[in-house]
Design a protein around this ligand. Structure first.
Ligand code: AMP
Length: 360
């Protein structure tokens, strides 16, 4: 089976690493000459709105998926005429726009921070009067890794903020005094069967994910699964979806969903029976899903800007290096390590050792 992937970054690369043993082959559509997934499949170098190349890709593969949610809706709609696309154009349309996304959570009874649609500075002034400060203003689309957002702490931060974020449609959210950030990665098959990985505790630095630790018997696991199941059913979703939550007052508030494999699920490559990448491919290909059970205690440390010395990383027992083959650049995700141990105390020791390599 040949899979077309829109986007050729590390997520596409890891999909191909998981799918190749299943007998799958891959073609990646990405305008970047140095798209790192090309080491693992065919590279169709074209823009996302280049219908001629999209048509070529559709004719050349059995189905299409994507590795980032900012794919233009028209691209997915165009491809869907010729080839099955999973997840659907509708799931993507909602997940790529924070207003549609939060409105869906509200409709499904999933708690969220207070939020408002912002189309002008006047809308912002009115929303701040209603929601209060501090608050977080985010562009409705195209934001990632903390980009396209601004924390408004005092009235002086509000004036001119709409123009500062580019004068594009935004949302304003009440600032959540969270005690932690967790995410749930789930997979839903074409027949509706759904499986969930354990909740993951995430730590961000400057808006970029730094560390994910998979939990054991998290008290909010059932609550999170219930919320995620509502979304998956509503969207008649096929594939892997990640749902990020804030932990606050002993409960969960929805932050956002990603309609794709997710950085907070990278630990599953060695830390779970079947990884998020393999399960995504199984789901979209109509294959039986794999077990989402954890194998021991597991965590993921991101390498941002550069990857430490390979020899030093692989010298650590239980540490598995994933180098994305990308040029090193400050703020860029260029690799990660999955850490796997038999017990929690050893895992914490190993996290410290890997983080020590980053600082040294
Ligand atoms: P996002 O791109 O929406 O995931 O936001 C990036 C990071 O900003 C989150 O992981 C949080 O650490 C922080 N953040 C986003 N929204 C809020 C909020 N409403 N209240 C507090 N912190 C937030």
């Amino acid at each position: 089976m040949k899979i077309g992937v829109i986007g050729g970054g590390q997520l596409g690369r890891m999909l191909a690493l998981a799918g190749t043993p299943l007998g799958m082959s891959f073609a990646f559509l990405d305008p970047a000459a140095d798209a790192c997934a090309q080491a693992l499949g065919e590279h169709v170098r074209a823009d996302y709105n280049d219908n001629e190349h999209l048509r070529q890709l559709a004719d050349n593969v059995d189905l299409v998926t994507f590795e980032f949610e900012s794919v233009p809706a028209e691209t997915v709609a165009f491809l869907s005429q010729f080839v099955p696309v999973y997840p659907s154009a509708d799931a993507l349309r909602i997940a790529r726009d924070r207003w549609f996304e939060k409105s869906m959570f509200k409709e499904l009874g999933i708690p969220t921070p207070a939020f408002a649609d912002i189309q002008s500075q006047a809308d912002l002034d009115e929303a701040v009067a209603r929601i209060g400060l501090p608050a977080v203003m985010k562009t409705r689309t195209l934001g990632y890794d903390g980009k396209g957002q601004k924390v408004l702490r005092e009235p002086a931060d509000v004036s001119g903020a709409f123009a500062e974020l580019g004068g594009v449609p935004c949302i304003l959210e009440g600032f959540v005094p969270f005690t932690g950030e967790v995410s749930l990665v789930a997979v839903r098959a074409r027949d509706g069967e759904t499986r969930f990985y354990p909740l993951v505790h995430n730590t961000h630095t400057n808006g970029i994910l730094q560390l994910s630790v998979a939990s054991t018997d998290h008290p909010l696991q059932a609550q999170a699964e219930d919320y995620v199941a509502r979304v998956l059913e509503k969207l008649d979703y096929v594939g892997v979806l990640a749902f990020e939550f804030f932990e606050v007052d002993g409960g969960l508030k929805a932050n956002e969903i990603a309609p794709r494999v997710h950085n907070s699920g990278h630990w599953t490559i060695e830390g779970a029976e079947c990884s998020q990448f393999e399960n995504h491919l199984r789901a979209i290909a109509g294959l039986p899903l794999g077990s989402t059970a954890k194998v021991g205690e597991s965590a993921m440390v991101n390498f941002i800007g550069e990857v430490p010395s390979t020899a030093k990383v692989v010298a650590l027992d239980g540490c598995h290096l994933h180098h994305y083959g990308k040029a090193f650049k400050p703020g860029r995700k260029v690799g990660h390590a999955t850490l796997r141990c038999t017990d929690r105390a050893s895992l914490e020791g190993l996290i410290d050792q890997v983080q020590g390599l980053i600082q040294s």
